[in-house]
Unconditional design. Structure first.
Lengths: 154, 154
DNA sequence: TGGATAAGTTCGCTTTTTAAATCCAGAGTC
DNA sequence: GACTCTGGATTTAAAAAGCGAACTTATCCA
């Protein structure tokens, strides 16, 4: 049962909505899976390919898009006795997606996990108790979902 | 500059990862745009179509998928003097994606907004100061991103 | 009976995805 | 230098998905 009042259109047209822009960049299965792997430390072309089992053409294109969008940084690494090769690491722009992907992980744990213990969970450093995605006010105090209000144009 | 240590593979294989499962359901441009519109109150087929400007075939298929996945509920509505028609509203499963989409909106505001005032922002009811997506511990206190630790199996 | 309307579906056509093979550049080897 | 190995990326052709327009269906209203 949705408490959201009926609307014929969203209040912000998709063209000027930063959520829609974000969706244009990361709203793609392979792109999201690449970011997931990158957040776990995967950096190299063949490692991404082995992890995702996706066509190399697609991986190549998605990596290029992510570099152009500024989420990944392409630089060289060199193992001793090997030639230099590119590696793809998250920029600060890409790293700042981590809370969103962790939130989505926990959403998946809650709704898709079929009651099993999640294979990965998240805690605060030095603590054993779980953390969760939520909203906080300026002072860092939690705001319950039913307390959230949208405000248009600044 | 990424502080994430190099890994050849992610610690949880995509097949058993709830994040990967979540991406399979919502990791699609049109699907995400449908959920965005639904969170703003759009419910009807033609309203979604006008909002998204997507082919009706695509919309039809995505709505069916979202209903099957349990994120949307299909029921009938009836305006007085009109025949009954289906409407699509968010289930509690779909509603619980709201923090993630608001978080993504704020990520877009920060990185894609080109310094402009965001067209929409979020506040706590009865307050004017902004709220933001974050992590909290069991007591509802904020946990900074660098304090987050991943724990495997358990 | 005819028209208006909302919610899809059908139908050709175009674009993207996929999987496999191929290309390419440079380090190590002879 | 020539030869080979290898990680990274491109080419190619078939399969899948996306696209826009027209069409169908069902019901309310005149």
């Amino acid at each position: 049962m949705s408490q959201i009042p009926l609307a014929r259109r969203s209040p912000v047209p998709p063209e000027s909505c930063n959520l829609a822009k974000a969706i244009d960049i990361i709203g793609d299965r392979w792109t999201l899976l690449i970011l997931r792997a990158a957040l776990y430390g995967v950096r190299r072309f063949d490692d991404f390919q082995a992890e995702l089992s996706c066509p190399r053409t697609v991986l190549s294109g998605r990596l290029k898009n992510l570099v152009e969008a500024g989420l990944l940084t392409k630089r060289s690494y060199k193992s001793p006795g090997k030639r230099a090769r590119p590696e793809y690491t998250l920029s600060s722009m890409g790293l700042s997606l981590r809370p969103i992907l962790i939130g989505l992980t926990q959403w998946g744990d809650a709704w898709l996990g079929q009651g099993e213990t999640p294979p990965i969970s998240f805690t605060k450093a030095g603590s054993k108790s779980a953390i969760r995605a939520a909203f906080v006010d300026l002072e860092g105090r939690e705001v319950r979902p039913d307390q959230i209000r949208a405000v248009l144009r600044g």
